[in-house]
Design a protein around this ligand. Sequence first.
Ligand code: AHR
Length: 496
Amino acid sequence: MTNRLTINADSSAGQISRHIYGHFSEHLGRCIYEGFWVGEDSPIPNTKGIRNDVVQALKKLNIPNLRWPGGCFADEYHWKDGIGPRENRKRMINTHWGGVVENNHFGTHEFMELCELLECEPYISGNVGSGTVQEMSEWVEYMTFDGVSPMAELRKENGREKPWNLKFFGVGNENWGCGGNMRPQYYADLYRRYQTFVRNYGDNKIFKIACGPNVDDYAWMETVMRDAHRFMDGISLHYYTFPGSWENKGPATGFTEEFWFSTLHNALRMDELITRHSAIMDQYDPEKRIALVVDEWGTWYDVEPGTNPGFLYQQNTIRDALVAGITLNIFHQHCDRVRIANLAQIVNVLQSVILTEGEKMLLTPTYHVFDMYKVHQDAQLLQTSLQSENYEMNGKSVERVSASASVDAQGRIHVSLCNLDHSGAADVEIDVRGLAGSKLNVSGTTLTAGAIDAHNTFGNPDNVTPQAFTAFELNGSSIRAKLAPMSVTVLELAQA
Ligand code: AHR
């Protein structure tokens, strides 16, 4: 059997929100400190303390939004500790992550500065677990109120005259776990109360995100939707991919073919989770007003040997590139409900797009997938049908090929194709129907590697990088493409 993809170029299936290409930054390990923040006196070139190389690389990805300050850290974070002259800010222990000193040098002003440099929307997670309603309410007032008020005055005293635009606000994080070990009915009531005081000041309209379930906790989704859906714009879902179990996740490099397969098999579970959570949401929100916000996703492995176990630092291989490609394809297919998502985490933690070591920086295979896929941001998803061969191991089977297609504002069609198979190439017949033009010009980019754990190192930063894709034949409106084993490919079809 050959793999067949039919694309209906004249049939849109909804818009792919650019916000599914969001990222996540937490006060965890070397994400904020070293990954972004080096301080104004650092020899590493920086703008107001934020390193230039990382900002420059991330800007190329057209990052739409950045989530901060956590994660579990968010429900222990008291924002007033992170404002005012840095030398006066409280020093404390980051009890959740690594037991290291948190000097609060990166706070609200620094985060907003970072978002301005990245030209992305801020997504702030508020503290429900250990913070008060007043504290949350005042934070929003501090950031967004333009007028006479105690918090606006305080902001001005700290050097920021005008308020910032704040688009996304999460009311708590993982309140079923590190955010307070709550039961859903209790959280739903707290959500209703806290969100009341997350106010819209002036033109700033906040998109309020409730804490949703962990993985397949359908009871949490059911209860929070039932009791609080009227008060939210979005509800989160967290799902991480492990090759093994929570206790024994498996290494980021030097893994077996079985772990290659189980990683991709487990990543594909995202489709089932979204489908089933969406079905519950549909009961309370049939118009799909409320977004499913997958604001933590990605791979989670054992930490790199010799590193602080609380820092969650891991390498990133061609396997991670496949996880990124197939997950983004799943999000595209669910673009009616999944309208925001955040890969965990942006620099030096879990499935990062960037790793740093002192003044050095490298782009991971996952970075390259986000770069290749950015053409889908805000594009119209096209209706497709895919017939795929199976890829099997140890009695388990997945589809060998994952695909999605969209058309952008200029009429260019982009097709993203992943070959999950670690050893076999995949031939794909692509039939494009309903084209507006009479002729197609096809070009493409592909990311592949020669080993299942191929990755970039500070000594060899370009080991896994995208190449021009030429392994295709065009015949009218049909394309026959040969996808290399373990590859992610994006085709551009320009209509003349
Ligand atoms: O991303 C690491 C942690 O995973 C986050 O802090 C938490 O929200 C989740 O459990």
